[in-house]
Design a protein around this ligand. Structure first.
Ligand SMILES: Nc1ncnc2c1ncn2[C@@H]1O[C@H](COP(=O)(O)OP(=O)(O)OP(=O)(O)O)[C@@H](O)[C@H]1O
Ligand SMILES: O=P(O)(O)OC[C@@]1(O)O[C@H](CO)[C@@H](O)[C@@H]1O
Length: 303
């Protein structure tokens, strides 16, 4: 089974207006509320690809209830641990440019953490756990590392979509895939890239440090996959970008879901790219029809 973990889910409150003027009363042209959080987005993409998965994490209050109901409406399996405080609301303003204001999220009590962790005792070598998104304000990185140790001790695989020191720290535990974008990769090694060769050189370091597969996403410029003996490059298909929120989560969903099914990294990369672009070209996350439309446009070449 594939499990996603969203420690700090959200209602994504999408607000559209022609122009945002600071210090004035602004009126919306359109608004929408979506269940959000990176792990939840991965789960929704897996579901679109027809892959069985369970969304885990913490949900609380009326906002948490909304997220749970929206996910159940689309038939997603969930097993969220209830918490006392309200799930956060993240505001996504689409005006002359895109601005995101993400909430801090609820604090999680020790008893709530213990109830959540108990679920991991039953994992087996057939399972994959995907951690994605920020932690609750009172939890530190050890929250993930302790769980990763437990997961690896059961022989299960894990993926963690994180950056900086936290990413470096998890590599020794051999994540199934890591997917920094090119800017995150440069920050990670405190360097400036002058071309694709640099990106490949530093991406390869992640492989050497323990990652099983390395993807580097480059937004509208496509992506790279670095394996032990090959580097694959894809240019993103052209299209009208409607929404950049969740393209990275979609890429992870497409890669991990397809890899779990086929064990073929190249096919998994192809689906990852298609899901990322399909989301960029959709109002919400990509649906199956959009992913199917984009798949034949994905061209991958050896670099
Ligand atoms: N403007 C775009 N046009 C076409 N494809 C895109 C575009 N933006 C993203 N994609 C596809 O989605 C993949 C992931 O996007 P991106 O590199 O923006 O990830 P990210 O930085 O993790 O994004 P986010 O944090 O916004 O979800 C890219 O590698 C690309 O294949
Ligand atoms: O605050 P975090 O956890 O880093 O990011 C949360 C978030 O911005 O990420 C998703 C898009 O990737 C959104 O659905 C959600 O609002």
């Amino acid at each position: 089974m594939i499990y996603t973990v969203t420690v700090n889910p959200s209602i994504d409150y999408i607000v559209q207006l022609k122009e945002l003027t600071l210090g004035e009363v602004n009126r919306m042209d359109y608004d929408n509320k979506l269940p959000g959080g990176k792990g939840i987005n991965v789960s929704r993409i897996l579901k679109e690809l027809g892959l069985d998965n369970v969304a885990l994490g913490f949900l609380g209050g009326f906002t948490g209830q909304f997220v749970k109901e929206e996910l159940e409406k689309v038939g997603l399996k969930t097993n969220f641990t209830p918490v006392a405080e309200d799930t956060r609301i993240n505001v996504k303003i689409k005006a002359q440019s895109e601005t995101e204001i993400n909430g801090r999220g609820p604090k999680i009590s020790e008893a709530e953490v213990a109830a959540f962790k108990a679920q991991f005792d039953k994992l087996t070598a057939d399972d994959v756990v995907i951690f994605a998104g920020s932690l609750a304000p009172n939890l530190d990185d050890n929250f993930y590392f302790d769980l990763i140790e437990l997961i690896r001790s059961k022989g299960a695989q894990f993926v963690i979509d994180t950056t900086g020191e936290s990413l470096l720290k998890t590599l020794a535990q051999k994540p199934l895939v890591v997917k920094p974008n090119n800017h995150e990769l440069a920050d990670l090694f405190d360097v400036e890239f002058t071309g694709m060769d640099d990106i490949v050189k530093y991406g390869r370091k992640l492989l050497d440090l323990g990652a099983q597969h390395v993807l580097i996403s480059m937004a509208g410029d496509g992506g790279l996959m670095i394996t032990k003996d090959k580097v694959y490059r894809s240019y993103a298909p052209k299209g009208t970008v409607i929404n950049s929120v969740g393209a990275g989560d979609s890429m992870i969903g497409g890669f991990v879901g397809t890899y779990a099914k086929t064990k073929d990294p190249l096919e998994a990369f192809r689906y990852g790219l298609a899901c990322g672009s399909a989301t960029a070209f959709s109002e919400d996350l990509a649906d199956k029809a959009k992913i199917d439309e984009i798949l034949p446009l994905i061209k991958i070449e050896e670099y």
